[in-house]
Design a protein around this ligand. Structure first.
Ligand code: GRG
Length: 298
């Protein structure tokens, strides 16, 4: 796959992620049909699959078998899909549009959205527990624990709690950073480390270097998200644009201004790319992904 240009590589990984997710999600002719329909609606046919791409790109560094990375990538995309379903609900962001379609509670109902999110989350852990992704059982257990802590109150869910608590308040840049390291960053960071842990060639220092890269890229992702929320439109984003300002959410743009946020994105990109230098050509896809995250339009 190394001779592919970035766009072809990306669409190949997006395709194989879609196929893996479609295989692992419960069928809609199995009871309870509506819940299964909602789970598939929330997960399939949309999304950039950035976390799956990062997992595969990190797996290339440790020579991981792509079939193993597919499991990790699917688990992470399931967690991500659950977080979006719950985030869009009236008790949180109360949004009606996601990935260019009505949100799950709008298309179905609130109770179904809540249950679909719950079931997507547990399916993620079932997948990772039932399929071998690394040689040692102890390592596999550690990977399951890593995904749990990245998703839980010390990771994504905790970041969401800080986010909900900061609406309409003035917060310092450090608090904003802490919030995003958890809310958006923890799962992105886990995608990279888990992808790498699927492979046999893990040199000393590799995982901590990749973890640092993930931390920087997680922040970079959020800075760009804040800029897009202000600068882009609903049709391009596939979700309601201008939501941050409307709901008085502190963002990198509200704290630093547009120019400051752009400057921060440039600095973070440089930092992320320099972290990869020791990996040489094996980090080509991670490097390309970092640039893609900055250049993305949605
Ligand atoms: C409800 C526990 C819980 C957590 C929700 C991740 C999150 C926490 C909320 C999502 C809200 C949001 C818009 C966050 C900004 C960054 C982000 C995660 C954007 C969406 O991710 P993309 O752009 O989405 O990767 P796609 O649709 O491409 O998969």
């Amino acid at each position: 796959m190394n001779d592919l240009d970035f766009a072809s590589w990306m669409s190949q990984i997006q395709r194989r992620t879609e196929v893996a997710l479609e295989q692992h999600l419960p069928r809609t002719d199995v009871l309870p049909e509506q819940l299964h329909e909602a789970m598939r609606y929330a997960t399939l046919g949309g999304g950039k699959r950035v976390r799956a791409l990062l997992a595969h790109a990190a797996g290339e560094i440790t020579e991981a078998a792509p079939e193993r990375v597919d499991i990790v990538a699917s688990s992470i995309e399931l967690i991500h899909a659950y977080s979006l379903v719950h985030d869009d609900m009236p008790c949180m962001d109360n949004d009606v549009l996601r990935r260019g379609k009505p949100t799950v509670h709008v298309r179905f109902d609130e109770a179904t959205a809540l249950l679909a999110g719950d079931a997507l989350q547990t399916l993620a852990f079932q997948l990772l527990a039932e399929n071998r992704v690394t040689e040692s059982v102890g390592d596999q257990l550690a990977m399951i624990a890593l995904l749990a802590s990245a998703s839980g109150s010390r990771g994504m869910a905790g970041g969401q709690a800080i986010d909900l608590g900061s609406v309409g308040r003035q917060i310092e840049l450090e608090t904003l950073e802490l919030m995003h390291i958890h809310k958006t960053g923890a799962l992105i960071r886990a995608s990279i480390v888990l992808g790498a842990r699927c492979g046999p060639r893990i040199e000393p220092g590799t995982l901590s270097r990749l973890d640092h890269f993930g931390k920087v890229v997680g922040l970079l992702f959020q800075v760009v998200d804040d800029i897009l929320d202000l600068q882009s439109d609903t049709a391009t984003l596939g979700k309601t644009a201008g939501k941050d300002a409307e709901s008085e959410k502190p963002t990198y743009v509200s704290l630093l201004g547009l120019h400051g946020a752009r400057q921060l994105a440039d600095d973070l990109l440089e930092q992320a790319r320099s972290t990869l230098t020791p990996f040489g050509l094996q980090a080509r896809r991670l490097d390309e992904l970092a640039s893609f995250i900055v250049a993305r339009k949605y």
